[in-house]
Design a protein around this ligand. Structure first.
Ligand SMILES: [Zn+2]
Length: 324
C-alpha cells in the first residue's frame, strides 16, 4: 500500500484528495513566543484558523478530501498536538514536517548538531513519532538561510535530510530554490533521486533571476510554485510578492512545455501567523478562489489540474524508502 504520514495516522495516498503542498498553520521566527506583544490566546488561534480550514475542506469536496502540508519545521512554531486537534475538528488531513526552514532559524541547541544527530532526529520523527504526540512527520523541511547563499549549517541539514529521506522514504521540500548547486551535489553524493525533492519558492518575486531551473530539472528535481497569492496587487504586499499575471505566465510556461509533472503549486499562507501580522486576506483558499479560475481561463484542463494537485502530490508524498 502507498503510505503517507498525517498527524492523525498513516493513510493511503489515495485518501489525500486535493493537496496544498506548502502551507502553514502558523509560522514565526524562533523567540517570537517570548515577545508578549504577539501573544495570542489559544481561543484566538483557533478562531483565526478553523474557518479557513473548514473552507478549505469544503472547497476540496469535489476531490473527495483535503490535505494541508504544514511546512513549519522545528523551531518556527510547530505545534503537533494543536495540528491534531485542528485536523480532528475540520476533517482536513494535516501532514507535519520534520527539519528546519533554514540554518538561520535553527535555535542554538541545534547549531552544532552533527549530520548523524540530525539524521537520527529526522528519522525518529518520521518513523517513530514526534515526541509523545503519537504523530509522525510526513515530509522533511530544509532551506537556504537569508542572503541567498547556502551556509554551513544549511548544508549539514540538507545532508541529514537526504539520508533520512533515503531511510524513511519521506520527501523533502526546500525553502528557496536559489543556490541549488550545493544542494544538488549533496543529493547526488547521498544517492537520493531528486524527484524526491521539491525546490520551493521558485516563483516568488525576490528569487527571480536567481533560480537555476535548468540545473534542477536536469537533475530530476521538482519546482515549487508555492507562493501563489503573494501578489504585488495586494494593498500591503510583502517584499517577496510578485505581479499576479507574471507568476501565472511563469507557471503556464511549464504546463505548456510538457513539464506539468515537474511542478507543484501552493499558497504558503499562514492561518494564524506567529510574531508577525501576516499578509491580510491571503489564505490557502486562494488556490480555489483565484488560481484554479485563472488556470481554467488560460485553458488548462481539469485533468491537468488533477495531476498537479492530486496525482503528483500523492506520488510525491508517498513514503518511498530506498533499500541500500
Ligand atoms: Zn512556507
Amino acid at each position: 500500500m502507498t503510505r503517507v504520514n498525517t498527524v492523525l495516522g498513516t493513510i493511503s495516498a489515495a485518501e489525500l484528495g486535493f493537496v496544498a503542498i506548502h502551507e502553514h498553520i502558523g509560522y514565526g521566527m524562533p523567540g517570537c513566543e517570548l515577545d508578549s506583544r504577539w501573544w495570542k490566546k489559544p481561543e484566538q488561534r483557533y478562531e483565526e484558523t478553523v474557518p479557513k480550514l473548514r473552507k478549505f475542506h469544503e472547497n476540496a469536496l469535489p476531490w473527495g478530501a483535503a490535505t494541508f502540508v504544514e511546512a513549519t519545521g522545528i523551531c518556527n512554531g510547530r505545534d503537533i498536538d494543536y495540528y491534531k486537534s485542528l485536523s480532528d475538528k475540520t476533517g482536513v488531513h494535516i501532514i507535519a514536517s520534520t527539519g528546519f526552514v533554514g540554518g538561520d532559524t535553527a535555535l542554538p541547541f541545534f547549531e552544532r548538531a552533527s549530520v548523524e544527530y540530525l539524521t537520527d532526529q529526522f528519522v525518529h520523527e518520521i518513523s517513530v513519532g514526534i515526541g509523545d504526540t503519537g504523530a509522525r512527520a510526513g515530509i522533511i523541511k530544509v532551506g537556504v538561510s537569508r542572503g541567498f547563499k547556502m551556509k554551513e549549517l544549511d548544508l549539514r541539514i540538507y545532508r541529514a535530510a537526504a539520508r533520512a529521506s533515503r531511510i524513511t522514504g519521506a520527501p523533502i521540500f526546500t525553502h528557496l530554490a536559489v543556490d541549488s548547486e550545493p544542494a544538488l551535489a549533496i543529493f547526488a553524493e547521498e544517492g537520493l533521486p531528486c524527484h524526491r525533492v521539491l525546490f520551493g519558492h521558485a516563483d516568488d518575486g525576490v528569487s527571480q533571476g536567481k533560480v537555476n531551473e535548468k540545473a534542477i530539472l536536469d537533475a530530476g528535481g521538482r519546482i515549487g510554485f508555492d507562493t501563489f497569492g503573494y501578489d504585488l496587487e495586494l494593498p500591503d504586499p510583502p517584499f517577496w510578492g510578485r505581479r499576479r499575471q507574471e507568476r501565472l505566465d511563469h507557471f503556464l510556461r511549464f504546463l505548456n512545455t510538457g513539464l506539468v509533472d515537474r511542478v507543484l503549486a501552493s499558497a504558503d499562507a499562514n492561518c494564524s501567523p506567529l510574531g508577525w501580522p501576516g499578509v491580510k486576506g491571503h489564505t490557502v483558499n486562494y488556490l480555489f478562489e483565484r488560481l484554479l479560475p485563472d488556470l481554467r481561463e488560460a485553458g488548462v484542463e481539469a485533468s491537468t489540474i488533477d495531476r498537479i494537485f492530486v496525482r503528483n502530490t500523492a506520488e510525491f508524498l508517498t513514503l518511498q524508502p530506498i533499500r541500500p
